[in-house]
Design a protein around this ligand. Structure first.
Ligand code: GLA
Length: 646
């Protein structure tokens, strides 16, 4: 064919000149490129027409019309150092689970009203993308209340500045705040929904609202808050036996929470929700511990038969927790057991879960893996390698800085005639103090009987002219103050030991001095108040302060104690042990590892290897009452005396 004979040829019967053909070619190429680019930047649009996410239209879940049994596990990104997210999720995958469930803690993401944090350890999107990259689906539990043994069930303490606050209701002070949090949160997770190419197959509406049930407009409000912001995947609610009746909201699938096999409740669910898939959203793989109590153990002999049965009954399951992790910092919640004394949750959230606090395999893990493998057609991935643990040699405390000498490193103290609770202190851009300790000081001119009127939340060390005179708490509300001459300073170092996270007393969780204290039946007035939240900025100032001195023979308390741990090879996980100390907090390279307390049960604090570095590591211990002058390390945890979960 000569070139000239090609000058005119026909396309679909239409004769086109060479120019016209070139033009057509360019048009087609442009259309292909534009379509390709669009499909890359808007995968959701393309996918929406292709995929059908999780459905609960019959007795089995379906995903893309194919039956799916959810084998889930809870791992909270905020309880696991970011450097270990992948390790824990790989171990989850290797156990045969196909779905990750996580709560979202509002109080960490919005530490001050209107100031949001979704970075680093709180980079939820990165966590969800990681799950996706490992082939895990996600059930998101965004609260805004999450319970979870987390301070105030995840609600920010600044909500309690409003004295009329009604948490978890449609009180506008609550719904406005929750809405503005959801504005930030939901837009981040919307693109990570299944229909948009992401891993999120379902979203939970609130948490066990049936056990609270203070406002019947509340659940519809939360549901709408999710839908109106673009949540399109399956909605769920999750309730325990007692809450199932009142926890439902139209349009959301009800799921169950339990530990011992509860056939009655499964039957009941079937009655109220026939022809729907059934799921145990929280199958409690262990339990949490309280300071002063015992370490809960739920044996594999008890657990595995129940899980086996749940699967035989064709239910879906989520292990709460698959891996508990740690309540780093001051973030633990408390259990309201009996009035008036709530019991704070310990630092470890090991939970006796299949994967231990430090990411080690347990007997439960291996047995579950064996069980779950039967529900897969492909062999499960190999077990990821364990992280080495190291018992570093003990380090000697080198320096000491008394609490009184550190006060100038805190924010300027506040003067107030009456005591002010933590949440109402004019600190943190008027968001109040959320966590830690507050020092209240006033002047007295004589001794006598102090009466706390139960206004100390939760526990105070009491001093006269810096001399310790005793402890006031829920159980001890009176204390003798020795006589003395002249004007003396009476100090209360009040600790928020963790706000209650479950039950009907959420609105009453203000901390610090929440009312008047009396001395000889006269109310104390004229306070100077130091907020001692011990945030990283304070710990940094502390580290570089010129006020450290070598440890005296008889150091004063409370005080900060400084030691250096020299690591000469690549850092490994370890556990800190403080047998000769009584109660306090440990900071490692500025990070708050959490509280320790000799009352146990927990005897060791988890130190993740990635938070150590080669060379000198700075350990600062804030101790309330006594020290033996050294910090010990061990390669395995000690959670104390055990008790079987009842
Ligand atoms: C409930 C809550 C969880 C957690 C467990 C106990 O089921 O929903 O957040 O508090 O109890 O660990």
């Amino acid at each position: 064919m000569s070139f000239s004979s090609m000058e005119h040829s026909s396309v679909l019967g239409v004769r086109l000149s060479l120019k016209q053909r070139y033009f057509l070619l360019i048009l087609i190429a442009a259309a292909v490129i534009i379509t390709y680019q669009f499909s890359r930047s808007h995968p959701e649009v393309v996918r929406m027409h292709r995929v059908e996410g999780l459905r609960a239209d019959s007795s089995q879940f379906t995903l893309e019309k194919r039956p799916l049994r959810i084998l889930g596990g809870s791992v909270h990104y905020f309880r696991v150092p970011r450097a270990y997210w992948e390790d824990r999720l790989l171990k989850m995958k290797a156990c045969g689970l196909n779905t990750l469930t996580t709560y979202v803690p509002w109080n960490l993401h919005e530490p001050e009203r209107g100031r949001f944090d979704f970075e680093d350890q709180l980079d939820l999107e990165a966590y969800l993308r990681l799950a996706a990259s490992l082939g895990l689906w996600v059930i998101l539990r965004p609260g805004p209340y999450i319970c979870a043994e987390w301070d105030l069930g995840g609600l920010p303490s600044w909500l309690l500045r409003d004295e009329k606050m009604k948490l978890r209701t449609t009180y506008s002070g609550f719904t406005d705040a929750a809405s503005s949090f959801f504005d930030q949160l939901i837009r981040r997770v919307v693109p990570l929904q299944y229909s948009q190419g992401g891993p999120i197959i379902a979203v939970q509406v609130e948490n066990e609202y049936g056990s609270y049930a203070e406002d019947d407009k509340y659940m519809p409000f939360i549901k709408e808050a999710l839908l109106s912001r673009g949540i399109t995947e399956l909605l769920l609610t999750s309730d325990n036996r007692n809450g199932l009746k009142l926890g439902a909201v139209k349009g959301a699938l009800e799921t169950l929470n339990f530990q011992k096999l509860d056939l009655d409740v499964i039957k009941y669910l079937d009655e109220i929700q026939p022809q729907k898939p059934k799921m145990v959203m929280e199958y409690w793989s262990g339990w949490f511990d309280l300071w002063g109590g015992l370490h809960h153990v739920y044996t594999s002999e008890d657990m595995i038969p129940v899980v086996t049965e749940i699967l035989k009954l064709d239910l879906s399951i989520n292990l709460y927790m698959f891996h508990g992790g740690t309540n780093f910092g001051f973030m633990n919640g408390a259990l309201a057991v009996g009035i008036p004394a709530p019991k704070p949750v310990i630092t470890s959230y090991d939970y006796d879960a299949p994967l231990s606090e430090a990411g080690d395999y347990t007997t439960k893990y291996h047995l579950l893996r064996n069980l779950f493998s039967r529900y897969h057609t492909q062999p499960l991935p190999e077990l990821p390698a364990l992280r080495e643990k190291r018992a570093y040699l003990p380090v000697i405390i080198q320096q000491h800085l008394s609490l009184w000498n550190s006060l100038h490193l805190t924010q300027k103290p506040l003067k107030s005639e009456k005591p002010l609770n933590m949440e109402n202190l004019p600190v943190n851009n008027n968001n109040g103090q959320s966590y830690g300790y507050t020092l209240y000081e006033t002047t007295i001119t004589g001794g006598g009987l102090l009466n706390s009127k139960n206004n100390i939340k939760d526990r105070a060390l009491v001093f006269v002219d810096k001399q310790f005179v005793g402890v006031l708490d829920y159980n001890v509300q009176e204390l003798a103050v020795p006589d003395g001459k002249g004007r003396r300073t009476l100090s209360f170092l009040v600790e928020n030991c963790g706000r209650v996270n479950y039950g009907k007393t959420l609105d009453e969780q203000r901390k610090g001095l929440v009312g008047d204290i009396e001395l000889n039946a006269h109310v104390l007035r004229g306070f100077t108040i130091h907020s001692l939240e011990m945030k990283p900025s304070f710990v940094n100032r502390l580290e570089t302060s010129g006020h450290w001195a070598s440890v005296p023979q008889r150091p004063s308390f409370p005080a900060f104690f400084l030691a250096r741990l020299y690591v000469n090879s690549s850092p490994k996980d370890t556990f800190i042990k403080l047998p000769g100390w009584s109660k306090g907090v440990v900071f490692l390279n500025g990070k708050n590892l959490g509280r320790y307390w000799s009352v146990g049960p927990q005897q060791t604090l988890y130190v993740p290897g990635p938070w150590l570095h080669r060379g000198d590591n700075q350990v600062i211990v804030f101790e309330e009452q006594e020290t033996d002058g050294k910090i010990q390390f061990t390669s395995s945890p000690d959670y104390g005396m055990t008790v079987d979960v009842q």
